[in-house]
Design a protein around this ligand. Sequence first.
Ligand code: NOJ
Length: 542
Amino acid sequence: MSGPVSGTNRSEAVWWQSGTVYQVYPRSFQDTDGDGVGDLRGITARLDYLAWLGVDAVWISPFYRSPMADFGYDVADYCAIDPLFGTLADFDTLIGEAHRRRLKVILDFVPNHSSIEHPWFVESRASRAARKRDWYIWRDAGPDGGPPNNWLSNFGGPAWTRDPATGQYYYHAFLPEQPDLNWRNPEVRAAMHDALRFWLDRGVDGFRVDVIWHLIKDEGFRDNPHNPDFEPHQAGINRFHQTYSCDRPEVLDVIAGMRAVLRDYGERVLIGEIYLPIERLMAYYGPELGGADLPFNFQLIQTPWRADAVAALVAEYEAALPEGGWPNWVLGNHDQPRIAARVGEAQERVAAMLLLTLRGTPTLYYGDEIGLGHVPVLPERAQDPWGRNEPGHGRDPERTPMQWEDAPNAGFTTGTPWLPLSADADRRNVETMRDDSRSILTLYRRLLSLRRDHPALSIGNWRNLTLDTDLAAEVFGFERFAGDETLRILLNFSTREWRVPLHERGAWTILLSTHAGRTGERVEGGLALGPDEGVILSPVGG
Ligand code: NOJ
């Protein structure tokens, strides 16, 4: 009934392999000064909650000095905190308090582009002969007097903007306010390595590197090829394959350089944000695994929510991993529709169980643990520049404030929140859900606790269960095992009940079900798996 095994016989794992990561979008986590935007002191105030929930590391989206054209993903000083979020002293307190609770802190590093207001760019644009001219990507107009090539911005429109001061164009993969740095220039690499060291010296445990696959562009700036499969509902960038604007082979050398900086500091993690198909993604582990420790795996976000599709995906991903490469899984982030909005309230529980039982490091997105879904944002309150450029692509609905209690603004702020709360915030909040044994919050906490208690789940091997065709279309089954322990996970992606045979071993106990009231139930011969139910089974006496 079971397929090939993946994993190694590892007895020792480092923290970023056995642990779980929790992403905080700082604007939306906790406000302490009443301006309606979250801040560093707010994160510190909520560390007890994260420790209680049972995660191991917090990744904080950017809080560096920034004009906020892209809400902090446009950095004007890589070594300073934006006053909106607090001070360096606040940061030092945050990291000290996190470490006191055994929580690791991962920063968001944004090296592909800076803000247009960064002094490096100000100097670079001053003249063609400027000392830092080559720190950014400047080109003459194309033969027709327009942009140098056909590359498009990820946020709509051309990726080149003409600067009247010198008559040349600069390249920006995102907003014109986010000029791309030239990573072929060794001075840029050195300056960025210094920025990494600045934060490592302050004690950070690693980095999530923004759009890491973008860092190097084609040396000849060749036109990108047309995408014949482009559909009008897609963002404009998809009109072309991004063949020459990103995922260039030389990028692996840049990543190895960053990794070398981290290596001097011991067990630090390098996570790379990479939206690429599985076979390309694997290259980012780097030759001899000297690349990203965790090339972010967004495949669950992109795969249709069906048992057979997810099972095929997991098997394909596991099989593609290079020897020694550690897997990881993600259900959502600040750029993607919320998982609850995508799969619905019944399946979000199955999704939680899937994320926390697959082999590899899971990253949880703040608010998913209380089941935050799509929070509608009226056009007049829209914040995201992408959504303003390309209606329908705005990311505001997945960035709304965390909901803490049944109080004004759910305890997020005493002011006016920068984005609205969900209509059911009086019920959908941590305080109300934490004591409810049926809440999704309780389910997440139990899953996190099981993961900590069972090496089979945190670092164990994985094998697929081969189920009958009808069953496999709607139920995904697999096993996790380490040492003497084997756990079996069955996830029903459908709304009908299934009887799952459990012949080949003796009796099993339900360690945890997504449905309340089944924990501890003994099953033998077969299991009635309810609609939208997921279970973790442990062999009786095994
Ligand atoms: C990826 C980030 O996750 C996204 O939020 C941002 O807008 C772009 N990179 C540009 O930095």
